[in-house]
Design a protein around this ligand. Structure first.
Ligand code: SME
Length: 161
C-alpha cells in the first residue's frame, strides 16, 4: 500500500488529478470498509492539493451527517436542499461553486471557504448515499477539471456504499 502521495511538480490540476487517481486506487485496493476508504481519500486529496477542507457527508435518516474529513471543525448535519451539499444531494448532481458568496443559501462552516465542489456518491440502487465536499480558501480555485477528477475518485468509493 502506498503510504505517501507524490504528485508531479506542476500546478496543472488535470495532470495532478491524473497522477493522483492511480495512487488512490492503490491506496484503497482491498479495502472493504466505506468509512476507512473515505478517511484515506480525504487525506490523499488534502495532502495532494492543500485544500482548506475536504470531507464526506453521509446520508443518514434523511439528512447529511458529517463523515471523515480533513480540515477545521464543520457543520455536523445538513438538510436536503440546504447549502451546496444539500443541493448536490437533492438534485443528484455535482455542484461547482466558483464563488461561495454568489451561491444562495451557502452554509458558511468556515469564513475561509471561497470556492467549492460537491460530488454525490451512489449506492448499488443508484441512490445518493454520501457527498464529497471540497472547499478552497481561494476564489475561483475549483472548477470543472477538479470536478471531473473528484468524480473519478468518488467512483472508487461507490462499490463500498
Ligand atoms: N459549504 C457547505 C457546508 C459544509 S462545510 O463547508 C464543510 C455547503 O454549503 O453545503
Amino acid at each position: 500500500m502506498a503510504e505517501t502521495i507524490s504528485l508531479p511538480d506542476t500546478k496543472d490540476r488535470s495532470a495532478m488529478h491524473a497522477a493522483l487517481l492511480p495512487q488512490v486506487q492503490g491506496l484503497l485496493a482491498d479495502e472493504t470498509d466505506a468509512v476507512a476508504a473515505m478517511a484515506n481519500l480525504t487525506a490523499a486529496i488534502a495532502q495532494a492539493f492543500r485544500f482548506h477542507w475536504v470531507g464526506f457527508y453521509r446520508v443518514v435518516n434523511d439528512e447529511l451527517v458529517l463523515g471523515p474529513f480533513q480540515g477545521p471543525v464543520a457543520c455536523t448535519r445538513i438538510q436536503s436542499g440546504r447549502g451546496v451539499c444539500g443541493t448536490a444531494w437533492a438534485e443528484d448532481r455535482t455542484v461547482i461553486v466558483p464563488d461561495v458568496d454568489l451561491f444562495p443559501g451557502h452554509i458558511a462552516c468556515s469564513v475561509l471557504s471561497r470556492s467549492e465542489v460537491v460530488v454525490p456518491l451512489h449506492d448499488a440502487h443508484g441512490r445518493v448515499a454520501a457527498v464529497l465536499d471540497v472547499d478552497s480558501s481561494v476564489l475561483n480555485d475549483l472548477g470543472p477539471v477538479d470536478a471531473a477528477g473528484l468524480e473519478a475518485l468518488c467512483r472508487l468509493i461507490e462499490p463500498l456504499l
